[in-house]
Design a protein around this ligand. Structure first.
Ligand code: FES
Length: 143
């Protein structure tokens, strides 16, 4: 093999290696992290089942939205998620373990565990979001 042939072959080898690297970089690898999988499906992790079991509520923010997650009273294995914004004038409702309902601190409106207004002045229900338990994590989908 003469020097020129060697240089051409070496250059082709380098080019093939570069093309393989580019092809591999553009091929998405499967996402296996449960948090990333949940985010891809639109669900956000807001806490753990342990946190929910000990506090009976998870109150946190997803972006600008303040959410509360409780156990579903009709299905102890399920969860319910609500926007904490009171439909009356926008204060943040709190979950009351003693009353098993949401209470608004501004004008004392009350909402059942399913988010229905049970005491005025609020007349509309809390906004409900899809929620689930997956892999020991409590997840909410803000839609
Ligand atoms: Fe909640 Fe008025 S803002 S009752």
């Amino acid at each position: 093999m003469d020097r020129r042939t060697f240089v051409v072959l070496a250059g082709l080898g380098a080019l093939v290696s570069s093309l393989e690297a580019i092809a591999n970089a553009r091929t998405p690898s499967p996402v296996t992290d449960p948090t990333l999988v949940a985010q891809a499906a639109g669900f956000q992790t807001v806490g753990t089942v342990s946190q929910l079991n000990s506090a009976h509520v998870i109150q946190t923010r997803i972006g600008r939205t303040s959410v509360a997650v409780i156990r579903n009273p009709s299905n102890p294995n399920g969860v319910l998620a609500f926007n904490r914004r009171c439909p009356h004038e926008g204060c943040q409702v709190d979950w009351s373990n003693n009353q098993s309902q949401f209470v608004c601190p501004c004008h004392s409106a009350e909402f059942s565990a399913t988010g229905q207004a049970v005491r005025g002045p609020a007349r509309s229900p809390l906004t409900h979001y899809p929620a689930r338990i997956q892999g020991g994590q409590v997840q909410v989908q803000i839609i």
